[in-house]
Design a protein around this ligand. Sequence first.
Ligand code: EPZ
Length: 417
Amino acid sequence: MGKFVVEGKNPLLGEIKVQGAKNAVLPILAATILADGECVLHNVPDLRDVSKTELVLRRLGCPVKREGHDLTVKPAELCSCRICEDLMREMRSSIIFLGAVISKCREASVSMPGGCPIGLRPIDLHLKGLRDLGVEISEEHGYINCRAKKLVGCEIHLDFPSVGATENIILAAVYAEGRTTVQNAAREPEIIDLASFLNKMGARITGAGTGTIYIEGVKEPLHGTEYTIMPDRIAAATYLAAAAATDGELLLTGTEPKHMGAMLHVLNEMGMKLKVFGDTIHIKHGKRLSGVHMLRTMPYPGFPTDIQSPFMAVAALAEGTSVFTENIFENRFQHVDELIRMGADIKVAGRSAVIRGVKNLYGANVVARELRGGAALVIAALAAEGRSEIGGIEYIDRGYEAFEKQLSSCGGIIRRE
Ligand code: EPZ
């Protein structure tokens, strides 16, 4: 288990090129199995979660080749419709293959994904949507076994705008007979990227990015294509948070600012100076940061749950009191104890955390227990006085490419041990 060693209190000053979006490339890799020819993806981030997804593709029989940030998948050689327990335990978001495998093979057998540190992560909405499309599903011995003589388009209403359920339904509906309408669909930009990729391969999807998505089933097999993955809005906002916490100044390139409205608004509210031009965001500290009166995580376009913990590390140093309410996952405050070890003044009451800003944080030995909470600890350590050691960095490597290299290229004193 590796660790980061950080010497804090150095403002981040420099330029960072933001990685491709983890949460766009995972469903797009699953979507490649629907093609009858080679798919070439560009701007693919080098992350643990991506290499695990490559492994799932290989286990399904599809050769995958990586060259830098380009990935080539040969889906025509798919020869299995089973995702085993070891892979699902490694990465529960492999459940995103379910819809694509059913579409391609009319059957699928996947190990139940189970929960993860941030919550139970049920998949009831995924399974309800698939059953609506005509998939027979049985759950036994820890496996979800699916069979569909025919997939027939229909109207599906999601009780909650689940990102994964929306993606699985889209993937399962691509070859269904007739039109499928998804009501109360997730509106995240990653859904738009998935739909754009599928349409480039010959699918017929409209409404992605809105609450109602239409998928016209096609008979023709999808063809291979070349596609560039969208920028990672969460990674971008994480670097902005690191600049804010360290009184720094950063130029982020390779971003998509229109995906980041809620996050940029909060940074503005806290007193950071932001300039946006094209795919570039410039952030500079102003006077001492002020707290966020009330921050609530919501489905897109609301404030993203994935950036709650990195922004809490910033609020820990802001003047005044901030109240963060986590409405999406039930266990997403695990970073709080560790921030308190660094001198933060935070009280958790149910789904809300009350953060009273302090003048300084102090280096300490802390442990990451999940991806985004781990990023929050790195941000706090970069802002803290003295040395910190951060364990559990394999969680951070799941979602941030070369995190310590990016930060040290801008003056952060951080190394991997
Ligand atoms: C995706 O997870 C992302 N992961 C998450 O990012 C992100 O936090 C989440 O969307 C919300 O934006 C990937 O894209 C790989 P959901 P997903 O289904 O699809 C409940 C990160 O850090 N729910 O929208 O699992 C669920 O319990 C990760 O990059 C059901 O009840 O999110 C949760 O409370 C973490 N039944 C809420 O919906 C279901 O069938 C949101 O889940 C499905 C979900």
